[in-house]
Design a protein around this ligand. Structure first.
Ligand code: ADP
Length: 402
């Protein structure tokens, strides 16, 4: 591996493990700040490797590759949460500075650990249980009501980690894997996470940043819209959000960041729940992401400080930037891959039709349903912004052709 070229003037090198679009979107603010990025990329044509000059190729599971990579970096952070604990420990033993730390990262890697910790902190969550077999799941479902949501606690399991089930039989294939992994020490050796199915009104996300010195900042609470389980749209700020709920959700996210010792950006995904008796809406935390997150892509164009710049500032323990919005509303729409892989030809139409649309593509190959980019548009008429964002995203993906 060749060492990254450090800028003169005492500027640090920030290493990112993983070469996905989050690492890629850190590059523009790194350029602005004069900070050098170095990315440990899965492949020479990984999304970030296409734009970051120092992008050695290596697997995040390969301890030797990761340790060699980290030696040239002043601080190391992550594009995803899949770096194994053994590799993180080896990095810590080498004296690498990791943000977030492995001790806090575990709450994004393991949903059971996250539920246990948030419950101990008295943060509102769906009712949940750790279940190792069909009998335990049946007891839980009979207590909270069917259907229930069953999750594989550790990510990266075939990409299919969440399932609503009406009976224990519908999770029997997962319980077979629990038996196997308990024997072999695999990903499901702790069993599964079962949760009550929350009858939510909508999904919200609170994005915060926290620095090692303990400074913290939050952006306005946003609404995330999912289609077939994939985030397709983010509305910033969340329209018609109750003021008390907004304040309580933000306080909870900042408290989680402090209690868990989070450093860098964290997204707290939440459900908004209506209470028919009191008519005061409330929240329940769904999950945590300890990195820049899709729910914060709107901040690139819609906030004074983007989540990517803020993440760099936070992991470098620099003072954080303002999180105020630039406009009344910002709408972000994801560009999801379709059957059509010629994306560039649509630019002429999209840009001519709407000069206000900002386009961000990730340099990724097209696969159906894959997040390959996003667009944002800001202004004062929310319905108009949503229509314009969706139109631009669909044109680029080739879903519509006029
Ligand atoms: P992932 O780690 O794949 O993002 P999540 O835990 O965020 O999985 O779940 C994905 C989606 O499934 C959520 O955005 C939500 O729409 C739905 N979901 C997850 N947990 C629950 C629950 N307890 N009740 C109702 N819906 C849920």
């Amino acid at each position: 591996m060749t060492s990254p070229q450090r800028a003169p003037g005492g500027f640090p090198v920030v290493g990112i493990i993983g070469g996905g679009q989050l690492a890629r979107m850190c590059q523009p603010p790194a350029v602005g700040l004069g900070v050098t990025l170095s990315v440990l990329a899965e492949a020479p044509d990984a999304s970030a490797a296409l734009v970051v000059p120092s992008s050695p190729v290596g697997e995040h599971t390969d301890a030797d590759a990761v340790r060699t990579f980290a030696r040239d970096c002043d601080v190391v952070t992550f594009d995803h949460e899949h770096v194994p604990a053994s590799v993180l420990s080896a990095l810590e033993a080498d004296g690498a500075i990791l943000h977030p730390s492995p001790a806090s990262l575990v709450f994004a890697q393991d949903k059971l650990a996250m539920r246990r910790r948030l419950t101990a902190l008295d943060i509102a969550c769906p009712r949940w249980a750790q279940v190792r077999d069909a009998g335990e799941l049946k007891a839980f479902g009979d207590r909270v009501g069917w259907p229930v949501v069953v999750k594989t606690p550790r990510g990266g399991y075939d990409g299919k980690g969440v399932r609503a089930v009406g009976s224990p039989q519908e999770a029997s294939d997962w319980f077979d894997l629990v038996v196997r992994d308990s024997r072999d020490g695999g990903l499901l050796s702790d069993g599964l996470l079962a949760e009550e199915r929350v009858p939510f009104v909508r999904e919200l996300a609170v994005l915060v940043a926290r620095s090692p010195s303990g400074q913290a900042a939050a952006w306005p609470v946003v609404e995330t819209v999912q289609t077939d389980g994939v985030c397709t749209e983010v509305l910033a700020p969340a329209p018609d959000l109750d003021g008390e709920l907004s304040a309580a959700a933000t306080r909870a996210a900042l408290r989680i960041a402090g209690e868990l010792g989070v450093t860098g950006v964290m997204a707290v995904e939440m459900f908004e729940v209506a209470d028919e008796k009191t008519s005061q809406p409330s929240y329940a935390v769904n999950e945590l992401a300890l990195r820049p997150h899709n729910s914060g892509h709107w901040t690139i164009d819609g906030a004074v400080t983007s989540q990517f710049e803020q993440h760099l500032r936070a992991v470098l323990d620099l003072p954080l930037g303002a999180t105020t919005t630039r406009d009344r509303w910002t709408v972000m729409a994801n560009v999801l891959g379709g059957d059509y892989d010629e994306l560039y030809p649509a630019y002429r139409h999209v840009m001519a039709r709407d000069p206000g649309v900002k386009v961000h593509l990730y340099g990724k190959g097209v696969r159906p349903g894959r997040k390959i980019g996003h667009v944002t548009v800001s202004g004062s008429d929310l319905a108009d912004l949503r229509e314009r964002a969706r139109h631009a995203a669909d044109c680029i993906a080739g879903v519509i052709t006029e």
